[in-house]
Design a binder for this molecule. Structure first.
Ligand SMILES: [Zn+2]
Length: 511
């Protein structure tokens, strides 16, 4: 007897159908699987045989051949356990599932030795593509049913063990399709708030601009000035995620197996990898490529503290994703793409000892040491950071000050207002000023005569590059949006000029 069951796998964030063909014939008793990597086959055979036995099913004493097709599609072994087991039962007539049901259904799941079905990676990504792949139904581990059920166009049936599934397929016990429950959103999503940060009003202002126009930002300051504390609070003022952003971010977590239990990523992710992270860990990699931190930060924030401590090659790998909003991982047979549209927040000390330019502590570094240290930051990376701000250490008086400071709620109101202006401008829910093309800058960054004169002076005096010039206009645009002004004026431009601490340093050096 011969039968075909459908399963699926993911490459990048896209799903592909895998045909599981099972043939049972007379002849020498044996169990072959072809189409999987060798190590996975051995383990898979053992798991399926033991799981069936432990569910009280006698493993057919026949010659069993299983083929996973297409052969050239790279497959990770474990999620095919369930379709293979069902295929064996169907081919040996222990099940008689109607042909149209099989045709419309994707089976997914790894078996435990006792027949229970373990959670999997990529359920949301597969559910998302299922309809396009011509399927109507997914049978998958119960733990992943909620995430898959976010996709309304497909019937999702979650199962916790093989016995339960067999009873369902024999019409002995019903299994209800899973309905998606909206994630319960508490009134305040975060237990952190900008009001907890004393002083640092300039840095908060810079973060307000960053959240509004989606501008990458760099903090330079002494240890203990509160750079990390500030960065973490940026998520509290960013615009709420749109439906598409939630879906896209959740797919990345789904294929990384990091959703488990949670049905969706509905708050903007905040990722803060340590500076010892490998390049593969940061941008993605591995033999079955997995998303890196930059993709886990998709539609959220990537915070790189102690930027100068990261390996230079690791930071260089950020250039392409910062520009293209996705990352390509090349492998022998194909290249895999993961989304990586993140807001970069970086921080570093101004010199090796950390106190260069500090009002209270003296820097013990030589000029040469300071130069060498700052040169660790690559120019091209710096080019992609619109806002640079010095975060000074704060005085005792400020720490003890009981007076209310700006809260996240105060700032969020301003962000939301200016985001609406941008949505109208770009006729697009998600584009922000930071990603304006040169044509859009030309069209949307109108200047008053005085502002025009000022930018001309700055351009000539500082020998601004085209990129530097565009960066300044984009930041000015956001500042004007926050003020509700159509045309960019001198104060907007002057403020934008303040956010060039590091550029100033390099320009001074060049002159
Ligand atoms: Zn120093």
């Amino acid at each position: 007897m011969h039968t075909k069951i459908f399963s699926a796998t993911t490459i990048g964030v896209d799903a592909y159908i895998v045909d599981v063909e099972v043939d049972i014939a007379f002849g020498m008793v044996n169990f072959f699987i072809v189409g999987l990597p060798d190590a996975a086959i051995k383990e898979s055979r053992q798991r399926i045989q033991t799981a069936l036995k432990n569910c009280g099913i006698r493993f057919p004493e026949r010659r069993i051949t299983v083929n996973l097709a297409p052969a050239d599609l790279k497959k990770e072994g474990t999620i095919f356990d369930l379709p293979i087991a069902i295929g064996i039962l169907q081919a040996s007539q222990l099940l008689s599932i109607p042909a149209d049901f099989l045709q419309d259904t994707i089976f997914l799941g790894e078996l435990s030795l006792d027949g229970s079905i373990k959670p999997m990676k990529g359920a949301l990504a597969i559910a998302y593509d299922a309809q396009r792949l011509g399927k109507k139904r997914i049978i998958l581990p119960l733990e992943n049913a909620q995430e898959a059920a976010f996709i309304k166009s497909i019937e999702v049936i979650g199962v916790s063990n093989l016995v339960e599934l067999i009873a369902f397929l024999r019409h002995e016990q019903p299994l209800a399709a899973t309905k998606h429950r909206a994630p319960v959103t508490p009134p305040s999503l975060y237990d952190i708030d900008f009001s907890q940060v004393k002083g640092q009003e300039n840095a908060k202002r810079a973060l307000l601009i960053s959240a509004t126009g989606n501008h990458n930002i760099l903090f330079i300051g002494s240890p203990g000035a509160g750079k990390t504390m500030l960065a973490r609070r940026l998520t509290t003022i960013m615009p709420a995620m749109t439906f598409d952003e939630t879906l896209a971010a959740s797919k990345v977590y789904s294929i990384s197996g990091k959703l488990q239990g949670k049905s969706l990523i509905s708050e903007r992710p905040f990722r803060a990898p340590h500076h010892t992270i490998s390049q593969a860990g940061l941008v993605g990699g591995g033999s079955f490529p997995q998303p890196g931190e930059i993709s886990l930060a998709h539609h959220g924030i990537l915070f790189l503290d102690e930027l100068t401590e990261f390996k230079r090659t690791t930071l260089e790998a950020l250039r392409q994703p910062l520009e293209g909003k996705h990352v390509c991982i090349a492998r022998a047979h194909q290249s895999i793409t993961f989304p990586a549209s993140f807001l970069l927040v970086a921080a570093f000390n101004p010199c090796p000892c950390g106190f260069y330019g500090d009002k209270k502590r003296e820097c013990t570094c030589s000029q040469l040491q300071v130069h060498r240290y700052l040169e660790k930051i690559s120019g091209p990376l710096l080019d992609r950071i619109d806002l640079q701000i010095h975060v000074p250490s704060i005085d005792y008086d400020v720490v003890k000050d009981k007076k209310q400071t700006t809260s996240s709620a105060d700032l969020k109101i301003l962000v939301d207002k200016a985001v609406i202006i941008q949505q109208k401008r770009f006729k697009n829910d998600t584009q922000r000023n930071a990603t304006m093309t040169p044509d859009q800058i030309e069209q949307h960054c109108k200047l008053t005569d005085l502002a025009e004169a000022l930018i001309k002076k700055v351009f000539d005096q500082l020998h601004l590059s085209m990129r530097g010039y565009h960066k300044m206009l984009k930041v000015s645009r956001t500042i004007a949006d926050l003020a509700g002004d159509d045309i960019i004026d001198v104060p907007h431009l002057q403020e934008a000029l303040m956010y060039r601490s590091i550029d100033h340093y390099f320009e001074r050096k060049r002159l």
